[in-house]
Design a protein around this ligand. Structure first.
Ligand SMILES: O=C(O)/C=C(\CC(=O)C(=O)O)C(=O)O
Length: 293
């Protein structure tokens, strides 16, 4: 990554206050921090060079949107150096936990250190535009090792490789969380092929969860993301104990159609229409996974 490359500002400059009020204790279960670069340089292998979006900005957004906690997912631009994520967790006063990206050769002592720092899962990223390789055999070794820590696997892939990934997913010995539902085409609605394939995966094991996130990435028609709401609501209704929600702030790599985070929050009652579903999505489920203690 060259120093002269422009740094991408991928977040909304002044998100609106949502009309919807999340329940007390709500968790933004998918967000990231970028740097700050002076303290936490980006990976030499990063595929994008973002502006600084550090913990102070994240926590200010959390408060503005009416959330109580964050789950910070290590973004690909920081590679396998989780320092920026750990720094944000350390500064959160117990209100953040995280998901790391690790080198498969990581030592047990380093895994323990990550656990002490608030990490509760590892992310396996299969998006070719974000990572150079995704070694399934080595990922399975990692999954085996983190099982003892009580962690889970977060997996990011696009819908067209779900079928090919099935044997690998079947072999993962921990709970699995699928990022952004495996990026389905939401336009054909809840019975569209990608949504049905995702249901097939969820039905194959009770310990596969998914994040009902990123209307901004998944709905080609943009706000108010009607296709997303129509396709996703039945999923939340049918798998109420296995769904998580998050802003995806600072929306890595987004350059067109950067979403207003307040508007993102306002989609919650459209995909989780009852108070009970909202509490499970925003409080009970993420607390079970990230703050079981
Ligand atoms: O923020 C996300 O979850 C999605 C991303 C970025 C990402 O995953 C990463 O950089 O690690 C994407 O689709 O570019």
């Amino acid at each position: 990554m060259s120093d002269t490359q422009d740094r991408i500002i991928s977040w909304h400059p002044s998100p609106s206050r949502p009309a919807y009020t999340p329940p007390p204790g709500a968790v933004d279960a998918h967000c990231h921090v970028f740097g700050p670069m002076a303290d936490f340089p980006f990976s030499a292998k990063a595929k994008y060079l973002p502006g600084d979006a550090g913990p102070d900005m994240l926590f200010a957004l959390r408060d503005r949107l009416g959330f109580s906690r964050n789950v910070i997912v290590q973004a690909s631009c920081h590679g396998t150096d989780n320092s920026a994520t750990l720094n944000a967790i350390a500064r959160s006063e117990g209100k953040a936990r995280g998901v790391a990206v690790v080198d498969p050769a990581i030592s047990d002592a380093e895994l323990e250190r990550l656990h002490e720092g608030g990490i509760r899962g590892v992310r396996f990223n299969f998006l070719k535009r974000l990572v150079d390789d995704a070694p399934k055999d080595r990922f399975l070794e990692v999954a085996q090792r983190i099982k003892g820590l009580g962690w889970h696997v977060v997996i990011y892939f696009e819908a067209d490789i779900l079928e090919e990934l099935r044997p690998f997913l079947d072999a993962i010995p921990t709970l699995i969380v699928v990022d952004h539902m495996g990026r389905p085409n939401v336009a054909p609605g809840p019975e569209g092929p990608d949504m049905l394939a995702l249901r097939g995966l969820l039905d194959s094991r009770e310990d596969i969860w998914t994040k009902v996130t990123c209307p901004d990435r998944l709905d080609p028609n943009g706000p108010p993301w009607n296709d997303f709401a129509r396709a996703v609501r039945p999923l939340v209704e049918d798998y109420p104990d296995r769904v998580l929600w998050g802003t995806d702030w600072p929306h890595p790599n987004m350059q067109d159609a950067i979403p207003d985070d307040g508007a993102l929050v306002d989609i919650i009652p459209r995909i989780a229409p009852t108070v009970d579903l909202q509490r499970r999505l925003l409080v009970d489920n993420p607390m079970r996974l990230y703050w079981p203690d």
